[in-house]
Design a protein around this ligand. Sequence first.
Ligand code: GDG
Length: 687
Amino acid sequence: MLWLGWPGIHVWDDKDKREIEQQLRKEYGSVPLFLPPSDFDLYYEGFSNGTIWPLFHYFPQNAHYEAREWEAYKEINSRFRDKLLELAEPGDLLWIHDYHLMLLPLMVREALPEARIGFFLHIPFPSSELFRMLPWREDILRGLLGSDLIGFHSHAYARHFQSSLLRLLGLEQEFGRVMVGDRSVRVDTFPIGVDVNRFESAMGTEAVKEELADLREETEDRKIVLTVDRLDFTKGIVERLESFDHFLTENPDWRRRVTLISLAVPSRTGVPEYQALKKEVDEAVGRINGRHGTPGWVPIWYMYRFLPFDRLVALYAAAEVALVTPLRDGMNLVAKEYLAAHPDGKGVLILSETAGAAEELGEALIINPHDAEQISAALLRALTMPEDEQLARNSAMLARLRRYDVVRWAEDFLGQLEPESASEPPHVQVRLDEANQDLLLQAYRSATQRLLLLDYDGTMVPFVARPKDAAPDEELINLLRELVGDQKNTVVIISGRDRETLQDWLGNTGAHLVAEHGAQIKRAADKGWKLQTASNSEGWKDELRPLLEFYVDRTPGSMLEEKTASLAWHYRRAEPELGDQRAKQLLENLEGLVANTPLVIMQGSKVLEVKESGIGKGRAARLWLDGEAVYDFILSTGDDVTDEEMFEVMPDGAWSIRVGGDRVSAAKYSLQTPAAFRELLRTLSGR
Ligand code: GDG
């Protein structure tokens, strides 16, 4: 394993650089990347910590958007790429960490298309409504999508990320995967753990025992409430001090019996906002100590510095209560470390609901960090909590922390990144890779009677926002004509579209046309269409139409399509989540109405369709399969559930291909995109 990172200092002298390089390599197996100081500030304090950090922590008012800083961010990311390209060897797994390097995955992907790249974000990913404020939002998303696996601490962050992909790039996810061209990117959650063993074993050392004894003596028999953070506006330090103030005011009997030890580690001290925050915290501490302190009792012990590990562990161990109240936090390791430093299960953790850790540590006293009243009540409850309740709460959390510690976390992520263990969704098809395409081509060439059953939308052409914009291009028309022109071929275009559109768009290819999922068929030799429905009654449409229209009205962007034997409600252009929600409701409504009627409901890709039963692509395909001709090569292709009926009736030996990535399907093979299928059509037509 090799670490690559900025070494934390600027070095000008080449000899010094070499020396640092050698030492880091030898002692830590790490490689420093020295960065130009001018760009560095724009990159680090500028874009990373002045734009991304506040925006991703729900402080948009603190975020600024400077083109210069963005340029520096790109520049530094590309320096990381260059260094990585020097170091990486074929077969290496590359794991990129955090918000400073969000463009790096794509940069590396472009240079090393076959690389295995993982990315982990240590901070929250905000709601898409906040994320979209960023002027360079698409670049950031595309940068991240260069990865094979993107990890977040919590399910909520993964959801926000996926929602941004959907809303800003129109990319949908399926089984936690997103298709980017013909690559699939996985999005998953890996809540980071702590090194539990390190804390447990530190507890037994002399150094920690001594520290602990000193602390006990200094605090006498007072109870200790501990807070530990980097001094940052996301940590809610001032709000927390004020809650403690409120607690002392409300509970005067606790004066002299409790001490708040507040450890704040200096951070980003060159940035004016952080200097202002430091002043605010200093003043709050002074004010509260002035208000409540008495001779011999200082309510808040405030330390503004970095402590050695032993002293930190002793503080954790001594504290009866840990007060962890960030306004936003990716995970928050302090909460977990506090528990790890209490292997006997004693102690009470008060934890903010807006820390990622709250998703896992549900047995803690969970509070809203803006609610002084609630924090004050939680403090009282924590200080008076019976020991058996403490043990019950903590043992459940400790067991989880021991199981999913930081080593498991890293192994889990890297394991998922390994190509062989990337778990596939169930029952997916075999990819129609080059070798399989060669086999298909051989079978095609050696056949004398071929049947080609081709779906249109999502198979031969990609989906577009408005269905009427999906007309075939000239190349497709020519390809189809060439295929139809081959005496050995029977070409059937089998679609859910209405007759007029199919006739208009594809009538001149000479192919047989099947419209409305098989309700209407026009053989190439015939002049007109033939209706396939059993009953000619259309009375049911008048009954259902008002309901569908109601859904059109309450779902902006959706529309109603009326065909001879069906009514279809399309919601591709609706707001995605609203569309899905309304589709579920409509489905429920319709199910009640069509029970015991000859009608069935079909769920396609962003469409709900009611049609007469007995109509379907499977039955339509049968008309050819069961006809007089004996085919020695059969190809059927489609992309959505309406095509499944067709795949299901395919005889052994037929080539069935589902276009559009991996999904549960009766088709044998999959191709990722309509473009890949187009390429196959070209090969078949001999181009
Ligand atoms: C990110 C995310 C996410 C603190 N003071 C001292 C000291 N510390 C150590 C603690 C703990 C760490 O610093 C702080 O933990 P955070 O969880 O706040 O993490 P960050 O590194 O700031 O940042 C965060 C984390 O990544 C992991 O993914 O949890 O949400 O912002 O380990 O022990 N250590 C010593 N002396 C101190 O005075 N020795």
